[in-house]
Ligand binder design. Structure first.
Ligand code: PMP
Length: 400
């Protein structure tokens, strides 16, 4: 649906109509977002905050309007709880750095899961080495769902934070984060949710979930690269020290000391990507104009269709068979290296991702080195799934 809004989908790649199935890595952009970026540079470009001239105030209003747009999209209680970052990765690094400074001491424990993206794994591993915290890792079941008994067994009086992906970028599993948050909160433990793969695909309401932090990236939700979100409950953000230092994040600086700005600016050192924020708001408008529930239903039907078609391919195994999955399918075909499969599918114009998907601990847990991954967005079609399945059949017969 709405393919006409995405000019790049008309591309021909290697002589074939593009079939873009790498949406978990990044989504394509609708014309309205592309035009918004050029409109901002053509008509609204001046540095934000504290400018007395017209264009600066204009840009500031658009930028702060974008913050309120994000707030509405995830139903945060206040726009002060919306921090602009470069993306999911920077958001998690911000929390790892700043939360740990305020709240973590040697011997304290942080719980992650074995299905985390490196972005939600390596920052905590670095902290382990720098600060002597302990990293505890929730295991999964064979079907790719989280092992809740493993989670419960890891909770201890030293647990200070749980950091978990809402949706796995490899297995597609949608974790029951509501239950995990409730359970963690019953022990007064805050929870960070990595929403990189969930916010673009299902309704996420931070107040209903009651998560303490939610992070996601603009480029995976039809917005531009280089802009991301950290939502944090005010009570945490207020107690956390600044992440980076420079302009914007200060209230007053003397030779002796610096008073920091109020939320959220305390965490936004330097000139923000004020064109990126406005373009992200445009992307959220676009998503809302279709409806996130409509998008979710469309992607679910593609997932169901693709799963049944792929399972009929001889020798094909799907990794991640949870009952509640998002539009991500990882698979391997007997006798075919995923890299070769990806290269040859590309010759047919089909863009899939191959490799470890920045989830090496998960690959080790599954006993494989990588998979082929197809991931869906609102503009994908059943015909594209058919093209993928035919392509896999053809490539598999060549490789064998
Ligand atoms: N977490 C998950 C679950 C992801 O899928 C990704 C992107 N593949 C990231 C984090 C990192 O996002 P970014 O590269 O936009 O910071």
């Amino acid at each position: 649906m709405h393919r006409e809004d995405f000019p790049i989908l008309e591309s021909r790649i290697n002589g074939h109509q593009l079939v873009y199935l790498d949406n978990a890595a990044t989504t394509q952009k609708p014309l309205s977002v592309i035009q918004k970026i050029s409109d901002c540079y053509l008509h609204h470009n001046a540095n934000v905050h504290r400018g007395v001239h017209f264009l600066s105030q204009d840009a500031t209003e658009l930028h702060e309007g974008a913050r309120r747009r994000v707030q509405r999209f995830i139903n945060a209680g206040s726009s002060d709880e919306i921090v602009f970052t470069r993306g999911t990765t920077e958001s998690i690094n911000l929390v790892a750095s700043s939360f740990s400074e305020a709240f973590l001491h040697a011997g304290d424990e942080v719980i992650v899961s074995v299905m985390e993206h490196h972005s939600n794994f390596v920052p905590w591993q670095l902290l382990r080495d720098r600060k002597g915290i302990r990293l505890r890792v929730i295991d999964i079941h064979e079907d790719g769902t989280l092992n809740l008994d493993s989670f419960r067994s890891l909770l201890s009086s030293r647990t200070r934070l749980v950091c978990l992906s809402h949706t796995s970028n490899v297995l597609g599993t949608v974790n029951s984060v509501g239950d995990i948050i409730a359970e963690a909160h019953s022990h007064d433990i805050p929870v960070l949710i990595d929403g990189a793969q969930s916010v673009p695909h299902l309704r996420v309401d931070v107040q209903a979930l009651d998560c303490d932090f939610l992070v996601f990236s603009g480029h995976k939700i039809y917005g531009p690269t280089g802009i991301g979100i950290l939502y944090g409950k005010r009570r945490w953000l207020e107690q956390m020290p600044p992440y980076q230092a420079g302009g914007e994040m200060i209230e007053k600086v003397t030779l002796e000391k610096t008073d920091f700005n109020v939320l959220p600016y305390k965490f936004e050192a330097g000139t923000p990507d004020f064109i990126g924020t406005v373009a992200l708001a445009e992307a959220l408008d676009y998503v809302d104009s279709i409806g996130i529930d409509t998008i979710a239903a469309h992607e679910q039907s593609l997932l169901d269709y693709a799963t049944s078609q792929l399972l009929a391919v001889p020798g094909l195994k799907i990794y991640g068979q949870a009952a509640h999955k998002a539009g991500v399918i990882s698979f391997l075909v007997d006798g075919c290296h995923p890299y070769d499969m990806g290269l040859l599918l590309d010759q047919l114009g089909i863009a899939v991702r191959t490799g470890h998907h920045c989830a090496d601990p998960l690959m080790q847990r599954l006993g494989i080195t990588g998979t082929v991954r197809a991931s869906f967005a609102l503009y994908n079609t059943r015909e594209e799934v058919d093209t993928l399945v035919k392509g896999i059949d053809r490539v598999a017969s060549m490789l064998r």
